[in-house]
Design a protein around this ligand. Structure first.
Ligand code: GLV
Length: 327
């Protein structure tokens, strides 16, 4: 449907330039009221008559929304798309797109930031200093663990996992990885990464960093049994999706000192953080900002807007996740 000749689309949340400019050239853009709840019924009502929705990872885009008669495309401003029922979209002939590639470096940088910050207790140390506890240099003050030369276990070696392995080379780390899809031998050699099973990765790693998408297979991939296999000195990093980790089990493992610390950017029930994590000084709790650099978020916005504009002009969007919809 359209007014003034342009098809109408729903922008669920603000995006960065040049995204809005690209969208405005192609469509009449209506925006989702910021105070409206993010549930299927509310989104469906707001999107009625729209051919496209520009969504973000907190928007549940499932059957209720995907059955809107005129809907042609959902453009997600994220690489992850677990908030969208792609099978239902395909059944309703709705295209789904995401923003792969542009956020790999920012996210790999951030995984490494969390790793180093947790290892060297930087948030705790900053708080200690601000609170006036720094009374002079002491031999045993804020002791952390070494990163240089340590063993890093990567769960998932897609683009972001490989980016973390690349950075780990500069820290002379031994890199183990677990992934159902082995890297080509030349990539393994170039990254100095060795494929192992999950048990061995957990048993041998000083740092375990998670880089898998959230699927039925990866839901609670790390729970009580897996934490029990980790070194008690190990640190867990998660910049992927919260539900890959059983958060309640992580809290118990941290309390029982089966895991030494964690650097988390994502949570099982965002934006809620498990209350058990809040008082833990050995845990860093970032608010899902791994891709949050100005350049990256602007490129994600542009990419999502281009996917939308291409689709509503009748073309095949570059980052189409369900190509069977657009033969
Ligand atoms: C962020 O989490 C993304 O999937 O892009």
């Amino acid at each position: 449907m359209s007014t003034g000749g342009k098809p109408r689309i729903l922008l669920m949340h603000p995006i960065l330039e040049p995204g809005p400019t690209i969208l405005a050239e192609a469509a009449e853009v209506i925006t989702y009221p910021p105070d409206r709840p993010l549930d299927g019924e509310s989104i469906k009502q707001a999107a009625e008559g729209c051919v496209g929705i520009v969504s973000q990872l907190m928007d549940p885009i499932r059957e209720t929304v995907l059955s809107i008669p005129d809907l042609k495309i959902v453009s997600n401003v994220a690489v992850g798309f677990d908030n969208i029922d792609v099978a239902a979209a395909t059944a309703h002939k709705v295209m789904v797109t995401n923003t792969p590639g542009v956020l790999d470096d920012a996210t790999a940088d951030f995984a490494f930031t969390l790793l180093m910050a947790t290892a060297r207790r930087i948030v705790e140390a900053d708080n200690f200093n601000r609170q006036g506890h720094f009374k002079g240099w002491a031999i045993d003050m804020m002791l952390g663990v070494d990163v240089f030369g340590a063993t890093l276990g990567l769960i998932g070696v897609g683009r972001i996992g490989r980016g973390v392995a690349h950075r780990a080379k500069g820290f002379n780390m031994r890199v183990l990885y677990y992934d159902p899809h082995p890297l080509p031998p030349d990539a393994e050699q170039q990254l100095g990464a060795t494929r192992v099973d999950l048990g061995r990765l957990l048993a041998e790693s000083d740092f375990v960093s998670v880089h898998v998408p959230l699927t039925d297979e990866t839901h609670h991939l790390l729970s009580t049994a897996q934490f029990g296999q980790m070194k008690p000195s190990a640190i867990l990093i998660n910049t992927s999706r919260g539900p890959v980790i059983d958060e309640a089990a992580l809290v118990e493992a941290l309390k029982a000192k089966k895991v030494a610390g964690a650097g988390l950017d994502v949570y099982e029930r965002e934006p809620s953080v498990h209350p058990g994590l809040i008082p833990m000084s050995n845990v860093i709790l970032a608010p899902h900002i791994a891709s949050a650099t100005t350049r990256t978020r602007s490129e994600m916005s542009a990419m999502a807007a281009r996917n939308m504009a291409t689709a509503i002009r009748g073309g095949r969007p570059p980052n189409l996740l369900n190509p069977e919809v657009k033969k």
